[in-house]
Ligand binder design. Structure first.
Ligand code: BGC
Ligand code: NOJ
Length: 812
């Protein structure tokens, strides 16, 4: 069952009924100012940091679901009836409800009692504010007297403190109102240099800034007293809960259309220009007034919206495909790329499953996210890489997270996630392959942000490799530390205390537990660094790194092969994890995909056997399970993975991040159909038809789909902020479609599914547009490539000085 449809031409998902199984959200904002907005206008906004600069309040875990956001109320001032054009919070049965989630904007509208109302929400590219562009139309034959009420509830900046520290916070709220602008300035009197504002393009009939004055005691957003009465009291909040509410009266002639613009913004003042007059507590509006003045003009709003659309065209046009499969086209051309940009911006901080207070920028996560966005924003990828590298520890290890406001490593989360360093090498490799910007390797970058510790980036990468070298276990495999990619496989934790963090507690000295996943990542990283070194003329270093990779591959073959598949780990007692010898958790997905990608035992055919085992034991109609059999009880020596009920999260769900590793592995082995099938099974657009089961948004990947052991098999959770986005993008574009950036050019190696006659791709790469046409000539999968009519030797298109190049590929 569906709750809407894809409008690919406009790059939108159109939701046609408001009661989606879960709130289906979108993100507004590309830099600094970000908003989450649901299909019924729920959500919140923040500036840069979802915890420390939260602009509006949002109650996670609230009932009813998703109550709180950027709500408008329309009131028929003749009869007194009122409703919300976005369905929530009043939940009136309006006609023609539609929500169009597009690239960086959301448009929600409906018709009620002859009044059509549409709100377009977006954040302009270069401003720190959110625009609500409301259009109201009188569809009836008679004049109508309407009131419009806007509403937001301000957060007192630190979202964590705001939700807990009531003894203080109920005393500190402060606002100011001038003309049609409500300023929220809690703590501005003391150490803050920033305030929020909520502006309206119309003269106000009245306003409210005190929550209780608007809602009335013991009432909620669905029936505010001020709206019910049609009267506002111009309350000025001191303490308690500041809100922003504008009251505007509109008289609409038959057929008349009116536009009202609201701005919800964030602004910083220079420390010596905070107050006007100096010495007072009144905000100096000199620098904010022009911004407000600009965006309250409809022409400016339209211009900013057009600029936003153009910017997205530019980002998405870097890679466009026309294939025989609409789900491939739609995800590659629009939604998967979009989601990659969102994970770039937000890492794992704020979604409807991430509260925005718990997690900073993950080191491992951000490095992997980069794989999916580097081609769209290479300059920002560069900046991100250098930021990440600057948090690295001198021994090559990494802070597991850093805070976006300070860009400093987050002490409270700890290091010793022993996979972390490898990801920095892989992301840098991806950056170099995309851009050819070798100069980045010479950039001096500090460790732990400490001035004076700078070394060239290249040395950071070398230390990443050394870090693993320095931490090998009894079998010569890398020690796992707190955890590897799988945060929940905690082999040194032995936690028996409720509430203890599985990830940051280390109760046993971890000198035994080893990980084949880190081994595979090490091989991949060492090989990349070998190529990079060779490129830099460091021949010996390159040979050395290749040897390290080969030695590790041998070690995995010797001690990490279980007979039918790759082992997952050795535990604290040196016993195998992910082995036929285990009762539960016999086979894990991660090493099968990653060790195949790393080429372990290829000559001996091990990857073929391993992937057959994945096919036989882990593959389901909804995707590939993380492990089987699911753990049915808590195993002290395995940690959080066994804390989840069977079929959920790391305990045997379809953990979507891992599936693309198998897709890539299948593609490498030439299993073209199995690669595409694996891709399509978890493709959100393909799953749209079962939205009632899947329940999360059909336009973006979710982290997890409940596995076969769970009673909710097929139900997704944790949509949006997941490494699934980047890896699926890499799997389909680089390994199945086979358009793969390499150090010295663009590699063209499609693995064409048997049912496909061909496809075409437009790819912008290092200043050249490649128009690539792939056609099947025979049943095989060999590639013959012609460039501008000339045959090419091999499959690597060298960098071109031309503006555009025509590439024909024959597969047979
Ligand atoms: C989740 C993991 C996540 C970890 C982060 C765990 O509870 O299951 O998916 O990586 O938290 O700390
Ligand atoms: C989500 C985390 O953000 C990611 O870093 C981790 O690899 C996966 N969960 C698997 O545990």
């Amino acid at each position: 069952m569906r709750f809407g449809y894809f409008d690919d031409v406009n790059r939108e998902y159109v939701i046609t009924r408001p009661d989606t199984p879960l709130p289906w959200i979108n993100y507004l904002g590309m830099r600094d100012f970000f908003s989450l907005i649901s299909n019924t206008a729920g959500g919140y906004a923040f500036y840069q940091d979802a915890r420390l600069r939260r602009i509006t309040r949002y109650r996670y875990n609230n009932v009813p679901l998703d109550m709180g956001g950027r709500y408008l109320y329309l009131r028929d001032d003749e009869g007194g009836e009122f409703w919300s054009p976005t369905w929530m919070p009043t939940r009136h049965q309006a006609e023609d409800y539609t929500c169009r989630h597009g690239m960086g904007y959301t448009h929600i509208g409906s018709t009620y009692r002859g009044i059509r109302a549409d709100v377009r929400y977006f954040v302009p590219l270069d401003a720190t504010l959110e625009i609500w562009d409301l259009t109201v139309e009188n569809l009836t034959e008679s004049p109508r007297e309407l009131s419009v009420f806007s509403s937001v509830e301000f957060c007192l900046w630190d979202a964590q403190d705001d939700a807990t520290n009531f003894q203080r916070n109920l005393n500190i709220g402060e606002v100011e109102v001038h003309d049609s602008v409500i300023y929220h300035k809690t703590e501005y009197r003391e150490r803050r240099d920033h305030f929020a504002y909520f502006a309206c393009s119309e003269p106000l009939t009245g306003f409210e800034t005190q929550r209780e004055a608007f809602l009335g005691a013991y009432r909620g957003w669905e029936r505010p007293q001020a709206v019910e009465r049609g009267v506002t009291s111009n309350s000025l909040s001191v303490g308690w809960s500041p809100v922003g509410v504008h009251h505007v009266r509109l008289r609409l002639a038959p057929g008349e259309v009116r536009r009202v613009i609201f701005l919800l913004g964030y602004h910083e003042n220079p420390p010596d220009r905070k107050f006007d007059p100096p010495g007072s507590h009144t905000i100096d509006k000199t620098t904010v007034a022009p911004v407000i003045g600009k965006y309250l003009q409809p022409g400016q709003v339209d211009g900013a919206f057009a600029a936003l659309r153009t910017a997205w065209d530019g980002l998405l046009n870097v890679f466009q495909v026309v294939s025989p499969d609409e789900h491939v086209n739609r995800m590659v051309n629009i939604w998967n790329a979009y989601q990659c940009m969102i994970t770039f911006n937000l890492s794992r901080s704020a979604s409807y499953f991430e509260s925005g207070i718990g997690r900073g920028m993950g080191f491992r996560d951000s490095n992997q996210d980069l794989l999916g966005f580097v081609h769209m924003v290479p300059e920002r990828a560069r900046e991100r890489l250098l930021d990440l590298a600057a948090t690295q520890l001198e021994d090559g290890g990494a802070y597991h997270q850093y805070q976006p406001l300070t860009k400093r490593g987050n002490d409270s989360v700890g290091s010793n996630f022993n996979d972390d360093p490898a990801w920095l090498v892989l992301s840098t490799a991806a950056y170099l392959k995309e851009t050819g910007d070798w100069g980045i390797l010479d950039v001096p970058v500090p460790y732990e942000n400490m001035p004076g510790t700078e070394t060239p980036l290249l040395e950071h990468l070398q230390r990443c490799i050394q870090y693993t070298q320095d931490r090998l276990g009894p079998h010569g495999l890398p020690l796992i530390g707190r955890a590897d990619w799988n945060d929940c496989l905690n082999l040194n934790t032995f936690s028996d205390q409720p509430g203890e963090s599985f990830q940051t507690t280390e109760n046993r000295n971890g000198q035994v537990a080893e990980s084949t996943v880190i081994a595979a990542l090490f091989i991949l990283a060492a090989k990349e660094l070998a190529e990079i070194s060779a490129h830099q003329g460091l021949t010996e270093e390159s040979v050395r790194l290749n040897r390290l990779a080969a030695d590790m591959a041998e070690t995995v073959q010797r001690s990490g092969w279980d007979g039918g598949w790759f082992l997952r780990a050795y535990d604290h007692f040196g016993e195998p994890v992910g082995s036929q010898a285990c009762d539960e958790g016999q086979i894990f997905i991660e090493p099968q995909g990653l060790c195949t990608m790393a080429g372990v035992g290829l000559a001996e055919g091990l990857p073929y056997t391993a992937l057959d085992a994945v096919h036989a034991r882990l593959t389901t109609e909804h995707g590939i399970l993380l492990l089987q059999p699911a753990f049915t009880r808590y195993h002290l020596h395995l940690g959080e993975i066994t804390s989840y009920p069977p079929g959920f999260k790391e305990n045997a769900s379809i953990f979507c991040h891992t599936n693309p590793w198998v897709m890539i592995a299948e593609a490498i082995l030439g299993h073209t159909d199995r690669a595409l099938e694996a891709y399509l099974r978890i493709n959100p657009s393909q799953r749209e038809a079962i939205s009632d089961l899947h329940r999360c948004e059909p336009y973006v990947y979710a982290q997890t789909i409940a596995g076969a052991d769970s009673p909710r098999f097929g139900e997704a959770k944790n949509s949006w902020l997941t490494g699934t986005a980047a890896w699926n993008y890499v799997a389909i574009t680089q390994w199945i479609l086979g358009i793969r950036p390499d150090y010295d050019g663009l590699r063209i190696e499609p693995v064409l599914p048997t049912g496909w006659e061909g496809f075409s791709v437009t790819r912008h790469y290092r200043g050249t547009t490649y128009e690539i046409k792939v056609q099947r000539q025979g049943p095989g999968n060999d590639c013959v490539v012609r460039v501008d009519g000339q045959p090419l030797e091999g499959t690597l298109l060298p960098q071109s000085a031309k503006e555009s190049v025509a590439v024909e590929v024959e597969i047979g």
